[in-house]
Ligand binder design. Structure first.
Ligand SMILES: O=C(O)CCC(=O)C(=O)O
Ligand SMILES: [Fe+2]
Length: 287
């Protein structure tokens, strides 16, 4: 018998036949994801992981969670410095507490389900196809490429826009209550910040803009967070909420800055210092 590939072993290929590039079911899954991304910047592939593996997925997340770096950070929704000069009523002046913590890639065992999936070429090709990207690369960053996002009881991952154009994530453990992924589809566009709508959400008056996702362990979420304000609402109950963040870019060699890396993970590695000397970023945008 031929050895099973990672996709066959981990992914529920009865629902998502990704292992065979010629399977029409794969095309159908890609087409569905593309349509939903075009409409709302978000799609969820329910039950992406084989149901018999969701308990393992969750247990592996629990085992690595103690390695998360905790440091409550004062932030704004734009992830720009809090002392940036902004008009009096600009929503970027609203200060939020980022209380989530990240387990970095070098603390995630190579044989963990999320790590095996993250590096799998067939999985990467599928994700690229869903986002309509010609190329997809793992972050060159040895810490930020793959993370477990840990939101402990009483904490939240507050409203923000992502720097990345696209995000791939998978819930591995839900909170007992709260910890809901909330998002405002396309609340801003490449041409318009729509500050009034953003301010309304940040001040609790934006209910009309907000959609909510109830995620289960093993659901795969594809999201375009650069234009859709989003958060993980405060976690309640005894249990932490865990989600894996698979970070990819459409060009090779991307690595975080020394300052940002220290903030997120509490340490930097030689790769970050080397990259600071030889900036590989393709643009000069903030963060
Ligand atoms: O953990 C999640 O579900 C959301 C994570 C997120 O928004 C981010 O890491 O930027
Ligand atoms: Fe985000």
């Amino acid at each position: 018998m031929a050895a099973l590939g990672v996709l066959d072993e981990i992914v529920d290929t009865a629902r998502y036949p990704l292992a065979d590039a010629a399977d029409p079911g794969r095309d159908a899954a890609v087409a569905r994801a593309r349509a939903e991304l075009a409409a709302s910047g978000c799609t969820v592939l329910r039950g992406f992981i084989r149901p018999e593996l969701t308990a393992t997925l969750r247990a592996q997340g629990e085992a690595m969670a103690p390695h998360a770096h905790y440091e409550v950070e004062r932030v704004n929704a734009y992830n720009i410095p809090l002392d940036t000069e902004l008009p009096q009523d600009h929503p970027g002046r609203i200060v939020l507490e980022r209380g989530n913590a990240f387990v970095p890639r070098d603390r995630i065992p190579l044989d963990a389900l999320i790590h095996r999936l993250y590096v799998d070429a067939g999985f990467q090709r599928f994700v690229a196809d869903c986002f309509g990207l010609a190329e997809l690369h793992e972050f060159a960053d040895p810490l930020a490429g793959l993370c477990l996002n840990v939101v402990a009881p009483g904490m939240s991952h507050p409203w923000h826009f992502d720097t990345n154009e696209f995000t791939v994530s998978m819930l591995t453990q839900p909170a007992e209550s709260g910890g809901i992924f909330e998002y405002c589809p396309n609340i801003r566009t490449p041409d318009a910040e729509n500050l009034d709508d953003v301010r309304a959400v940040l001040t609790g008056a934006g209910e009309r803009s907000i959609q909510r996702l109830v995620l289960r362990p093993g659901d795969l979420q594809l999201f375009q967070g650069r234009f859709s304000l989003h958060r993980v609402s405060p976690v309640a109950g005894a249990r932490q909420r865990h989600s894996a963040i698979f970070a990819y870019t459409d060009r090779p060699g991307v690595i975080g800055t020394v300052e940002r890396t220290r903030q997120l993970f509490g340490r930097v590695l030689p790769d970050h210092l080397a990259a600071a000397a030889d900036v590989v970023r393709g643009d000069r945008l903030l963060d």
